[in-house]
Ligand binder design. Sequence first.
Ligand SMILES: Cc1ncc(C[n+]2csc(CCOP(=O)(O)OP(=O)(O)O)c2C)c(N)n1
Ligand SMILES: [Mg+2]
Length: 977
Amino acid sequence: MSASKNKIFQTTSFLSKSNSSYVEEMYEKFCNNPSDIPESWRQYFEGINETHNIVKKELSGPSWSPKKIKSISDIDLDIYEKFIPENLNHSIQEKIEKEKPLNSAVETEVSTKDSVRAIMMIRAYRIRGHLNADLDPLGLIKKEYAAELDPKSYGFTEKDFDKKIFLDDVLGLKYATLREILEILNRTYCSNIGFEFMHMTDPEEKSWIQQRIEGKDKEIHFTDRGKKAILNRLIEADGFEKYLAKKYVGTKRFGLDGCESLIPAMEQIIKRGGALGCKEVKIGMPHRGRLNILTNVIQKPLKKIFKEFAGDPGIASGGVSGDVKYHLGASANREFDGNLVHVSLTANPSHLEAVNPVVLGQTRAKQDFHKDKDRIQVIPILLHGDAAFAGQGIVAECFAMSGLTGHNIGGTIHIIVNNQIGFTTQPEFSRSSPYPSEVAKMVQAPIFHVNGDDPEAVTYCAKVATEYRQKFRRDVVIDIFCYRKFGHNEGDEPSFTQPIMYKKIKQQNSTLSIYAKKLIDEKTISENDFIKEKQDYQKKLDKEFNASKKYISNEHDWFTGVWSKFSSELGHDRRGVTGIDLKKIRTIGRKISTIPTTFNPHKTISRIFENRLKMLKTGKEIDWALAETLALASLSDEGYGVRLVGQDTVRGTFSHRHAGINDQVTGERYYPIKNISSKQGKVEIIDSLLSEMGVLGFEYGYSLTDPDTLVLWEAQFGDFANGAQVIFDQFISSGEKKWTRASGLVMLLPHGYEGQGPEHSSARVERYLQACAQENIQIVNCTTPANYFHALRRQIHRPFRKPLVIFTPKSLLRHKRCISEIEDFTKDNSFHRVLSDKAEFSQYNMIPLEKDDKIERVVMCTGKIYYDLVDEREKLKANKVQLVRIEQLYPFPAKTLARHLSRFKNAKNFVWCQEEPQNMGCWNHVERYINRTLEIIKAKSKKITYSGRSPSASPATGYLKKHLAQQQEIVTKAITI
Ligand SMILES: Cc1ncc(C[n+]2csc(CCOP(=O)(O)OP(=O)(O)O)c2C)c(N)n1
Ligand SMILES: [Mg+2]
């Protein structure tokens, strides 16, 4: 140890001797080999060297934990003994010595102590300053005394306030008096913004925020022009709500009243974002203030909004069922400082927060479209209510996705309209944390709490948040503390449940009047100008209101841009061309089945791929996995995008897909499907996080934006999709009719009764069928690899986009009869909605059947049970039984089925056979369709009978033996009884 270091350690009088030598030893080790000392010590010494900040553990618990006041000596102990700051003293000491010669050892000690204590205090403000910030415009939140923010806690007394303290550039200052330090700290951390960022572990990000907000010259400062712009936005935000209240008394609008600062903040994000490379902003938001955002941010014409308020869409509805005005989306181009930014608001259902993943998926698709690898050209903004943000699990799912390769969108700017209430429920009943924003800490997002009655502070937060997002491309949260001027909606009386709060709210001056007074007082504007500006806006509102009465929109924002080649087709039976040239199949097939020779695959994988090559060569026994890969690869080869996402999807839950293979030596992954040609479309096959709602919502969003990419989401087992029920019900099945937005999303839902118990058998077919109407979605359950291939290819080759649900197999993936021949994939072939069985073909080793007119029984079914029925028929040598598979369940192929069934008009029995209990599966869906078909073809027997499991609460038994017995009974009954 050098002499000077030695001296420093000797002068640290507040350490006991034993402590001091221990520190020396630690420091020595740190200098020689940092890995020799415990992590906490290492962090400590590194922190000193890198940032001049004291790196210490949290005192206890999360940052928000209410702290009981510690005595000063307790804190001293915490700091001086547990976290041993002598090294800090040492570093500061050296500098003090260099820069300011000291008179005596005693003075040295006192200065050192002052510096250490000041820096301790600065750090405490960074961590907990937000607890003392003025956040609540209503002033109802009682601030507690925070000892850590009290200079006394660090041993300072009144006498010390004007003493010069060495800071070594902390707060951007070399020296400062305690008074100056406190002034900066209180202004930065305890005024109208509460910054929470010390939970972030990335030193660069943390230090960026510190430098952005801290320091003598970092006061929030807007130019006069900026202030006037903020005022103008407030006049519009405030004036719009008041106008609606006056014109449509008591009508629900979920007003923004009480959080008008949101509008200048949104504008700031678009403006600053535009200056930092953003070309597009995607907004997702709930009901609160939506109309205000629509008019004041998206600039939807006021007359159109007024027309909608009168209950009239002002546009030919064209079979669209529509939605309430506060759910509708819109888009427009905005220009700030010469930067053009396209801003769009996604339509959403009532289900709070459900739109979040959809907006993120749309953002990703847009970023891909713009080839925006850095993800700075498209920024998503999600607005939230305080109660919903804290309560809805989808919020956490979206944060969980934010850093993943397959779902990263370069960060979302979140804004919480924290009106401190959810409908009638107060925060203490709606969350277990002091702030609604706690969940954002799971990704270490910085959080800016801000008083909504200080529009400059809110706009400033929006600016810093945008800069942070563009620089670090991670999520950031602005939590606007505000209030809700009226009830949850304008017909509600809030004093029933929150009398004290609403008494205060009644007396509260509006944000606009508070800010206008400030600008008038400081002479930025004159009172007359303010009044005139308000009057001008009123005139505009009146003019638009009058114009709304006659307003008819010519605007069809449906199927524009990349969607212009599509239409919303209904009611046509058409056979698509989905087969491909035999030569092409073989060429693509070879590419997707060949592993480079330099690669070291697992032996079993090698065999699987060799087998695929054999299938292609012989043209026989092509299995499910190869058929699927051929479909996806051929689409990519044609230039379309492919995005297949799900849990364990790369390998495949049932170990059948192997879309990516791993080098057993290097661990590298190789995707044969991504290596077809230099011109192929983008292929993404992604193992997703373990979420259903988040991921399905994201993929739906992607499909809304990009019709030329086949987007597929795969559930691990079909049942798990019910965790994403909201996405299916509120978006996939009804979105087009509500919001005129089409989607070609494919849902792959493994389904089939194979004795795996209640939760791995049924994909709940009935749920999807029950949602079918007006040709909103397509549902298929294919029994052959080739039909699956055509269903996938058809999805992208159609002149329209409709969501497609495919019940996919499990055991059939390896079933000896569930195979196709190469000819089934070629030009003459396409998707078959109905398949009669192939009993007449010898290669299936089926018994020869009687001629059509001798057939006595027709058993209809869908999916895997077909193969069980084939086996049973053979076992019983029942050659007067025909099997008919319904491969497309919706739109129901009535005409095609009629064609098939009319061959067997004379049959005595028509049976529907299903594996599912009678209250589930397809029975309730197909019964009336089939009976009607029998009637139309004038069949001998006009009523279909049922053979399947009895009604049951649980989808399947948990006992294998019972399952086998049930399965046997169903097929026997179907074939014979
Ligand atoms: C998923 C879901 N559950 C319940 C509701 C019913 N609901 C509508 S608004 C609301 C309160 C929302 O409070 P908050 O998120 O704080 O937003 P605010 O209305 O205060 O802006 C509730 C419970 C809903 N729309 N969505
Ligand atoms: Mg609220």
